[in-house]
Design a protein around this ligand. Structure first.
Ligand code: ADP
Length: 571
């Protein structure tokens, strides 16, 4: 192909500089160079942060292509070498079409969070085939116009406009469809993103098309070319906006980005000083400042990154703990259900055994020899332990499923405590222990209690005191002041270590020492007792002077049960 080549277009430069109303070259540089640079930086920044994210890869590609496009455009407007002008004219339309099609691709990937299908990729790529075939021919660039100092475009330019309008329309239609369809959840994200993409496209190819159309309509107007330049000024803003949206919605870490941006800006600012300073001392000082800022900046970025990694790890651990906790709760509920059913089934036969055993022991089925009597007593005791265990399990499952029903009635606490203590006299005697009771001389006012539950709580304390005391005795006392009454069960037994004291009221917890002294124990009695007492608005706690120094367990019950008072007030 033969072009009318002019290798040094001094005349062109002169024409352009002389004819335009403002300094032509400066204007071109201002509209292109910062735009290309800023867009590239945005693209690079995003890519640097999330190399594997398809949306960031596309955004980076777009920004790189756009930067190239800007540079090509500078050359074809400013070059004084017609060969360069023709070369850049020949590839600029292809670059522009590529930016627009990639923008459509990017919009899809960002919104759908998935890649497009292979077929669509092939379809869109095949639209570029004519470029590949016709790029170096006269269909693309027909020649060089020495009067206007521009390349003359061939028929391919029409194809360029068709593609440009096609991609623009496809993107627009897709975004409108998405905005209309979107549900409430990520509406804001899609609307903002659509606005960003549209502004980007309008600023880039829309303005370009408008400029070209204006030139067709009114070729004489010297300002046609300016429309395109003004569009370019919007580009860094819109690329920045898109970059911001990616950062915001693709879960980038803002803290890290901010630290990096700060360091880059600082270093760039210090480096820019080199353009102004002349004297050597200042140059050395600025150089040192630059190195120091870069070094400490690097440390800052690294420490922020480390902190983020650590935070992420903690977050992951806490998420998995929360999940495990949920699972445990479910298991716990299932277990409570199971225990409840199993215990109910166990209780009936055990109670029957207890009934028959006492009849046999009483001699209702004829005389029983002393030896057999002894054995039957042991069976009876073991059966009693089993019944207590089943009762405890049933209570735990009732407490945990919120099915304990309380029947409050006026009760004389001293009488209740005396009855329970008397029940344990034979057991204490068997263990060779004293069991004393101290009641107040003046009778207490009645308390509003569920007698059966409080009886159970007190009985467990006395039972424990006997179980965990090998020598000495157990004392049960009742005290009161104007607002509360207390039942205190103290013993001279194994005592409690300070670090174990609080935990004893939790389910299945037993102190280390107690497991050696008594095998028969479940760690449920105190837990059940605590729940019962608290349902009365009371407290239960343990005191001990230490290991082997005896223990005191105290139940405190208010004369006016605050829970009942509240309930009444609500009715
Ligand atoms: P259990 O006695 O069946 O193990 P409890 O819930 O009644 O269950 O008691 C929990 C634990 O508290 C006991 O295993 C024991 O370690 C400790 N404990 C309870 N009472 C006493 C006491 N009087 N002296 C020392 N330790 C006690």
């Amino acid at each position: 192909m033969e072009f009318n080549l002019v290798t040094y277009l001094q005349s062109c430069t002169m024409i352009l500089q002389a004819n335009k109303d403002l300094n032509y070259l400066n204007f071109i540089y201002y509209s292109h160079i910062p735009t290309a640079l800023v867009s590239f930086l945005f693209g690079f920044f995003i890519f640097f942060h999330s190399r594997r994210n398809r949306a960031s890869q596309l955004f980076f590609l777009i920004s790189v292509l756009f930067s190239f496009w800007s540079l090509f455009d500078i050359f074809l407007w400013t070059s004084v070498d017609s060969r360069a002008t023709i070369f850049f004219w020949s590839i600029i339309n292809l670059t522009e079409n590529l930016v627009t099609v990639l923008t459509a691709y990017f919009a899809f990937v960002f919104i759908e969070k998935k890649d497009i299908s292979f077929k669509v990729k092939i379809l869109f790529s095949s639209l570029f085939l004519p470029y590949v075939v016709l790029l170096p021919t006269a269909f693309n660039i027909a020649g060089f116009n020495t009067v206007s100092c521009e390349a003359e475009q061939g028929v391919m330019v029409n194809y360029f406009y068709v593609l440009e309008i096609l991609f623009f329309t496809v993107t627009l239609a897709y975004l409108i469809k998405k905005v209309v369809q979107v549900k409430r959840g990520n509406r804001e994200q899609i609307v903002l993103f659509s606005i960003g993409i549209l502004l980007f496209l309008v600023s880039f190819s829309g303005v370009n098309i408008a400029g070209s159309l204006a030139a067709i309509v009114n070729p004489e107007n010297p300002d046609n070319w300016k429309i395109l330049q003004y569009g370019l000024f919007g580009m860094p803003v819109f690329t920045g906006f898109l970059a911001y949206l990616i950062v915001r919605y693709e879960a980038f870490n803002i803290k890290l980005l901010a630290a990096q941006a700060l360091v880059v800006a600082l270093v760039a600012l210090i480096a820019s000083q080199f353009f102004f300073i002349q004297n050597t001392t200042n140059k050395v000082l600025t150089g040192l400042t630059l190195v120091a800022s870069a070094f400490f900046g690097w440390i800052l970025i690294n420490s922020v990154r480390k902190e983020i990694v650590r935070k992420d790890q903690l977050q992951k651990i806490s998420n998995s703990l929360a999940m495990a906790n949920e699972r445990l709760k479910e298991l716990d509920n299932t277990k409570s259900e199971f225990i409840s059913i199993a215990s109910h089934q166990l209780r009936t036969p055990l109670t029957a055994i207890k009934g028959y055993l006492s009849l046999v022991l009483e001699g209702s089925y004829g005389p029983v020899s002393a030896e057999v009597h002894d054995v039957l007593e042991k069976i009876n005791a073991a059966n009693g332990n089993l019944i207590k265990l089943v009762e405890d399990l049933l209570n735990v499952s009732r407490i945990e499923t919120g099915r304990v029903q309380y029947r409050f009635e006026p009760v004389r606490l001293e009488t209740l405590v005396k009855d329970v203590t008397d029940m344990f006299l034979p057991l204490a005697k068997d263990h060779g222990l004293e069991l004393d009771i101290h009641l107040p001389r003046k009778p207490l006012s009645e308390l509003n209690l569920d007698a059966a539950r409080i009886r159970e709580a007190v009985a467990n304390l006395i039972d424990n005191a006997i179980k965990y005391t090998q020598k000495g005795g157990v004392t049960v006392s009742v005290e009161s002041n104007s607002s509360v009454a207390r039942v205190i069960v103290s013993d001279t037994g194994i005592g409690i270590r300070e670090d174990e004291r609080e935990n004893l009221f939790r389910k299945f917890v037993r102190s280390e020492e107690s497991t050696k002294v008594s095998v028969a124990g479940t760690g449920l009695g105190l837990y059940v007792g605590k729940n019962f007492v608290e349902a009365h608005g009371g407290r239960i706690w343990a005191e001990s002077d230490g290991f082997k120094k005896g223990s005191r367990f105290i139940i405190e019950l208010p004369f006016r049960n605050p829970k009942l008072v509240n309930d009444r007030a609500m009715r």
